[in-house]
Design a protein around this ligand. Structure first.
Ligand SMILES: C[S@@+](CC[C@H](N)C(=O)[O-])C[C@H]1O[C@@H](n2cnc3c(N)ncnc32)[C@H](O)[C@@H]1O
Length: 280
């Protein structure tokens, strides 16, 4: 472990770290809309569904699903993420989206309230994931489904892999993590979901390509939107960062063999489990 620790774990559990990057995250995540589109398909939505978008970020999934369902409650512990959704709800006059700031390990909702709960690249980051899963189970109606998006191991995430490699070559003290989430194995997903009571667990793996104008837009977007990279930049003087950025871009260009129009593949797990009906 480097002296900076695990760059992912050190930042993703803090609400302030996510608030700091909220605007940049919202810009970055638009390039990943294929992952939200597939989550909506995988979730098999019905027009009567009352949905929770848990750890919703700036609302990438909510934007896609709110017109397909009855209501979407958005919940995230980073107040600036929720602010972005509130602004969009006001600007577009959206009536069926209800954003709230709160910790996913302690949901404010009553028991058996939701038909579907989505947590796309969210719940996997909770410090006490089992508590998060138990809370999701509590607020789901019997017969309701929890749907999770979980990034595959870093080797299967070309964009993260290339950028983390380039960062490690530039700053060797920044170790390259092998996992974005310790939940990225099918055994763990199965055992954690069934362990809290879900049944009929379905797991799919999907790969999509993410397109950027240049490697600069890819890297700069990632630094603005991803807490681990944002915190590395913040820890440096401006002129030191200029040199680091230049070197990281050079390593990235060397690996991908191009500067313009990088298309990088990213692989995601989609997992879902059903809350059983009472059998008494
Ligand atoms: C990678 S982003 C995913 C956002 C969104 N689900 C999406 O698909 O774009 C992770 C989000 O989880 C939120 N988050 C992390 N831990 C949380 C917790 N314990 N309670 C509520 N939100 C949390 C962060 O604030 C951040 O917005």
């Amino acid at each position: 472990m480097s002296e900076k620790g695990d760059i992912i774990k050190d930042t993703v559990g803090q609400s302030e770290a996510w608030s700091t990057v909220a605007r940049g995250y919202d810009d970055m995540i638009r390039a990943f809309s294929a992952f939200h589109d597939y989550a909506a398909t995988f979730g098999n939505l019905k027009s009567s569904d009352v949905v929770l978008d848990l750890a919703c970020g700036s609302g990438g999934l909510t934007r896609i699903i709110h017109s397909k369902v009855s209501k979407v409650y958005c919940y995230d512990f980073a107040h600036k993420m929720i602010h972005i959704i509130n602004c969009q709800v006001d600007a577009d006059g959206i009536k069926n989206v209800f954003p709230t700031v709160g910790d996913g390990e302690n949901l404010i909702y009553k028991d058996r309230f939701f038909d579907k709960i989505f947590s796309i690249y969210g719940l996997k980051f909770f410090p006490d994931r089992i508590k998060g899963l138990l809370e999701a189970f509590r607020v789901l109606k019997p017969g309701g489904r929890l749907i999770l998006g979980i990034w595959a191991p870093v080797e299967e995430l070309e964009m993260f892999n290339v950028l983390l490699d380039a960062m490690n070559k530039t700053l060797p003290q920044i170790e390259k993590p092998e996992h974005v989430s310790s939940m990225d194995s099918e055994d763990i997903m199965n055992s954690e979901l069934t362990g809290v009571g879900f049944k009929d667990v379905v797991i799919e793996k999907k790969t999509f390509t993410v397109a950027f104008d240049t490697i600069e837009t890819m890297f700069d977007g990632f630094v603005k939107g991803a807490p681990p990279f944002a915190s590395i930049k913040q820890s440096m003087e401006a002129d030191q960062w200029v040199d680091v950025r230049k070197e990281v871009l050079q390593h990235t260009e060397d690996t991908l063999g191009l500067f313009d129009k990088p298309n990088v593949s990213m692989t995601s797990f989609y997992v879902s489990g059903e809350k059983p009906h009472d059998n008494f």
